[in-house]
Design a protein around this ligand. Structure first.
Ligand SMILES: C[S@@+](CC[C@H](N)C(=O)[O-])C[C@H]1O[C@@H](n2cnc3c(N)ncnc32)[C@H](O)[C@@H]1O
Length: 353
């Protein structure tokens, strides 16, 4: 202990208060946002104690924040060896690897982090970004609005309003959510209904609320259990034309864990993937594609038929059939079964003809 204190005290460029260790000074400086000073303190700590796990972790974090990715990786690799069960160190290594252009190594480190801590939200986001590079789903939705210039738009599940805010000022937009938490300026043509989608469709004359127009564009992003999304789809399609478009969020799950019907992680796409499989089986007349956009894919359904009664008539049987599927059915060919489509706007435009 004395040896460590002396080493701390005599380490170059490190000023400590009496009784304070270099590590404590590093944490204090880090919390105060003094990264250069913190880095010096952690370096001093590591000179004295090369196997100090937390000092490696902090030092790696500072290196990441200051663009020293190779040095960051060195710290996180060492930390991973010192404590292989430390999810954060694996995740730190993942971020450094990606910055160094080693995407496969980044994926492996990130998957290890998630195996150790399945609830680690940033690691899910990170993996989603690795899987699906290119524009994020909100940017893709924005491109739909610009390209299709819909007269009307209906969105199920608005939450803070970041997706409905993308509607054009001249679009008549309806948002439905039992617990809206609007934190965005909404376009002038938007109105929000604080209710569930089932209640909304049971009680409202959608077409009348849209000034007698059909739904040109819709986005389903409400309850993430597939039978809710199926009902949303049935209720929306009734008000569409053959030229309308229905977008469905979260069609391409990241992992079994985040695709459960019960929400166990903050990053959650639920079992909407079942809806893709069922639409493809029971509605071969539809065009169904899932754009590979982060975080978990955006379904695009076209060639809608407002007169089709198939899904409504077979609802109970279909729900039972698809509920019985285990996530492992996707092992056979996940991209093929979920109709994965490139996140490339020129190619997306081709399916909007
Ligand atoms: C993932 S958030 C929507 C995010 C939003 N579309 C976006 O992209 O920023 C899901 C929302 O669905 C809402 N929701 C849950 N159950 C619902 C239901 N039965 N009908 C409509 N909305 C529902 C939740 O309150 C939540 O705000």
């Amino acid at each position: 202990m004395l040896g460590r204190i002396l080493k701390d005290l005599f380490a170059p460029n490190v000023r400590l208060r009496p009784g304070q260790t270099a590590f404590q000074a590093g944490v204090e400086a880090y919390k105060a946002g003094e990264l250069a000073a913190a880095a010096e303190h952690f370096a001093a700590t590591l000179r004295a104690e090369p196997e100090h796990l937390e000092a490696h972790s902090y030092a790696g974090g500072i290196d990441l924040r200051t663009g020293r990715f190779r040095e960051a990786l060195g710290h996180f690799e060492r930390a991973r060896m010192l404590d292989p069960r430390n999810a954060e160190c694996h995740f730190g290594a993942a971020v450094a690897q990606r910055e160094l252009g080693a995407n496969e190594a980044a994926r492996e480190c990130c998957e290890t982090a998630l195996a150790l801590d399945p609830g680690m939200h940033p690691a899910h986001d990170f993996l989603a970004g690795l899987n699906f590079p290119g524009p994020y789903y909100l940017e893709v939705i924005s491109m739909f609005h610009s390209h299709l210039r819909p007269r009307t738009y209906l969105e199920i599940g608005v939450e803070t309003g970041q997706s409905i805010a993308l509607a054009r000022p001249e679009t008549r937009a309806i948002g439905i959510d039992p617990e809206p938490k609007i934190a965005q300026r909404l376009p002038p043509g938007a109105s929000i209904h604080s209710t569930t989608s089932d209640e909304y469709f049971a009680a409202h004359d959608v077409q009348a609320e849209l000034g007698g127009l059909p739904i040109d564009l819709a986005f389903i992003d409400g309850m993430h259990r597939f039978e809710f999304a199926l009902r949303d789809f049935i209720n929306i399609e009734k008000h569409c034309t053959s030229r309308s478009t229905i977008l469905i969020h979260d069609c391409y799950p990241l992992s079994r864990h985040t695709a459960e019907r019960e929400r166990r992680t903050t990053f959650w796409s639920g079992d909407i993937w079942r809806l893709v499989l069922l639409l493809r089986k029971y509605r071969p007349d539809l065009s169904v594609k899932v754009i590979g956009t982060a975080p978990t894919g955006l379904g695009v359904v076209r060639r809608l038929d407002p007169g089709s009664g198939v899904l409504r008539e077979k609802y109970d049987a279909i729900v039972g059939e698809f509920l019985a599927l285990d996530y492992s059915v996707l092992d056979a060919d996940k991209p093929g079964m979920l109709a994965l489509y490139p996140n490339d706007w020129e190619k997306v435009k081709a399916i909007l003809q």
